[in-house]
Design a binder for this molecule. Structure first.
Ligand code: HEM
Length: 191
């Protein structure tokens, strides 16, 4: 988990400065919480593919809104530490359990970033808007990366444990399987 966080940090350019920018604008950003939480779940509850994630249907909406609200508040408070990152990693595991694909998660991360961009542009001057939006974008891109990798790594490791596979053997078999798949898929886009 630490290594993956470090990779994402270095490659996105996220730093403590981003946390400070979020902290500095936390009151403003938290004025937008209700609107964002509503928009987020309006989308998820009006698309049949994401609706299937909520077995209790609309009855589940208040609970899900509460979860997102707490997450958004923790990001915008800018109090981001090791525990925060472990929690993002854990979200990947929870998402495996409740069948939230990374496609769904990444699509909604993009939506949230677009909503923040619109608000930044309409409420702040150009420099502050750019500063706040890019800080939010870097942090939430790293969050999305951590959730996606948390999902993938936990999925593969759980599968290995459940099936009792040996890592070395899997690696060799995977290499052959990937080669075969590459050959088969190339026909779909090469002339
Ligand atoms: C911006 C992207 C997302 C973030 C940051 C996020 C974050 C979270 C967090 C913090 C939790 C709680 C983990 C815990 O128990 O501590 C969670 C759980 C959950 N999320 Fe997501 N999520 C995202 C996208 C989605 C999407 C797109 C869906 C539905 C299609 C979804 C559905 C759920 C569900 C059903 C749970 C489990 C709730 C439970 O039974 O306790 N999430 N997510």
């Amino acid at each position: 988990m630490q290594e993956i966080l470090k990779d994402l940090q270095v490659l996105t350019g996220m730093s403590e400065q981003d946390y400070a920018v979020l902290r500095q604008h936390s009151t403003l950003m938290q004025n937008w919480t209700d609107e964002f939480v509503n928009a987020f779940y309006d989308i998820l509850f009006s698309y049949d593919r994401t609706l299937t994630v909520f077995p209790r249907g609309m009855d589940e909406r208040p609970d899900r809104e509460k979860t997102l609200r707490m997450w958004y508040e923790s990001v915008t408070n800018g109090e981001i530490d090791g525990k925060f990152w472990w929690h993002q990693w854990y979200v990947g595991l929870v998402h495996i359990k409740v069948k939230v694909s990374n496609t769904f998660m990444l699509g909604m991360t993009s939506r949230l970033q677009q909503l923040v961009l619109e608000k930044c542009v309409s409420t702040l001057d150009k420099n502050d808007a750019l500063g706040l939006y890019t800080a939010f974008k870097r942090v939430t891109d790293v969050v999305a990366g951590m959730i996606a990798e948390g999902y993938f790594v936990n999925y593969v490791e759980s599968l290995e444990n459940v099936l009792g596979f040996n890592r070395g053997l899997i690696d060799r078999m995977m290499e052959m399987e990937i080669e075969n798949r590459m050959q088969a898929m190339q026909g779909k886009f090469r002339g």
